[in-house]
Write a protein that binds this ligand. Structure first.
Ligand code: NAP
Ligand code: ZN
Ligand code: ZN
Length: 350
């Protein structure tokens, strides 16, 4: 196999550095692709720095991948050389447990195989993600990219898009429903666009006053500065659903107070340190629910991509060459990105 150029974290404290790896020889159902674009998710940073305490080094992050098929295994039927394809957070699962059978591979009961920092089901080897020039993935975990969308702007849909689409669908975002999105980062800005396209009344909660105009442009009907108690109180008992994308530990109570009776706040942000447990009475007095949601299954990811194709939705991106990744991580920590970094993988081929 050809040598694949990549960037890797070698330990939890140093910067990402150039790294070479070998992709596996094609199995019967494998699709090989040249990676074109890869989004930069906050989960990449959590993993590179071992904030979730499960990182296997070297770690090659990247699970918002758009590529062009360059070869296929003998049994592949869904894809052909030249196809524009996507790969998200999952590259395999057991395929037989109840969750897999329902198309919820992200909840595979024996554990899904992550696109990076996962263990290959045949060899046990650590998986390497999309901060790399080439990728080999089983066709069952490869997505079709709508032809009408800008491929660079599609890349973040593969994680930020599906991670917000799935809870919006699960908890019924749509006309007549008031939906809050907390945090205007990579996930949050997709949540705003998607909830707006689904027809919900969308309220964006941010800690950054500088993002108000952007949030409205992206589709928010209202914007609330979450640090401002008066602004928060004005929305008490009014939300059907709040999707919380915040990447840092914070107090959940001020948001739970905004839910209607039977309203739900779904956590998708996955901070290094847990949030303090919220007040019990705030939940029981109004039968409110606090929930969680993990990315989305393959079928729902394709549904989300098709929805975005139909509605002309892509991510707002800032393109970077691979060697700028360490700066990008520092800027992401300062919420200084509008609204997703995407790596131009060609920068590693030059
Ligand atoms: P991001 O681009 O860094 O956005 C996070 C946003 O959270 C920031 O833009 C900021 O928004 C807000 N924020 C950051 N620090 C804050 C603080 N201390 N207090 C309040 N708000 C703060 O990150 P992302 O890529 O969207 O990812 C968000 C989180 O979701 C990460 O933890 C990531 O690992 C997780 N994630 C989970 C899943 C899943 O399946 N559940 C999938 C992907 C990612 P404002 O400036 O608007 O306040
Ligand atoms: Zn992600
Ligand atoms: Zn399974």
């Amino acid at each position: 196999m050809n040598t694949t150029h990549a960037y890797a974290a070698l330990d939890a404290t140093s910067k990402l550095v150039p790294f070479e790896l070998q992709r596996r020889a094609l199995r019967d159902h494998d699709v090989q692709m040249d990676v074109l674009f890869c989004g930069v998710c906050h989960s990449d940073l959590h993993t590179a720095r071992n904030e979730w305490k499960n990182t296997v080094y070297p770690a090659v992050p990247g699970h918002e991948i758009v590529g062009r098929v360059t070869a296929v295994g003998p049994q592949v039927s869904k894809y052909a050389v030249g196809d524009l394809v996507g790969v998200g957070c999952l590259v395999d699962s057991c395929r037989t447990c109840p969750s897999c059978k329902e198309g919820l591979e992200q909840y595979c009961e024996v554990g899904f195989v992550g696109t990076y920092n996962g263990a290959d089901r045949e060899t046990g080897e650590n998986t390497y993600g999309g901060y790399s020039t080439a990728l080999v993935v089983d066709e069952a975990f490869v997505l079709t990219v709508p032809e009408n969308l800008d491929p660079a702007g599609v890349a973040p849909l593969l994680c930020a898009g599906i991670t917000t689409y799935s809870p919006l669908r699960q908890w019924g975002a749509g006309p007549g429903r008031k939906v809050g999105i907390v945090g205007l980062g990579g996930l949050g800005h997709m949540g705003v666009k998607l909830a707006h396209a689904m027809g919900a009344h969308v309220v964006l909660f941010t800690t950054s006053a500088s993002k108000i105009e952007d949030a409205k442009r992206l589709g928010a009907d209202e914007v609330v500065i979450s640090k401002n108690a008066d602004e928060m109180e004005a929305h008490t008992n009014s939300f059907d659903l709040i999707v919380n994308t915040v990447a840092a530990q914070h107090d959940l109570n001020p948001f739970i107070n905004l839910l209607k009776r039977d309203g739900t706040m779904t956590l998708v942000g996955a901070p290094e340190h847990d949030h303090p447990s919220p007040q019990v009475f705030n939940l029981i007095m109004k039968r409110r629910r606090l929930a969680g949601s993990l990315i989305g299954g393959i079928a729902e990811t394709q549904e989300m991509l098709d929805f975005c194709g139909k509605h002309g939705i892509t991510s707002d991106i800032e393109m970077i060459p691979m060697h700028k990744i360490n700066d990008a991580y520092e800027r992401m920590l300062k919420s200084d990105v509008k609204y997703r970094f995407v790596i131009d993988i060609d920068s590693m081929r030059k």
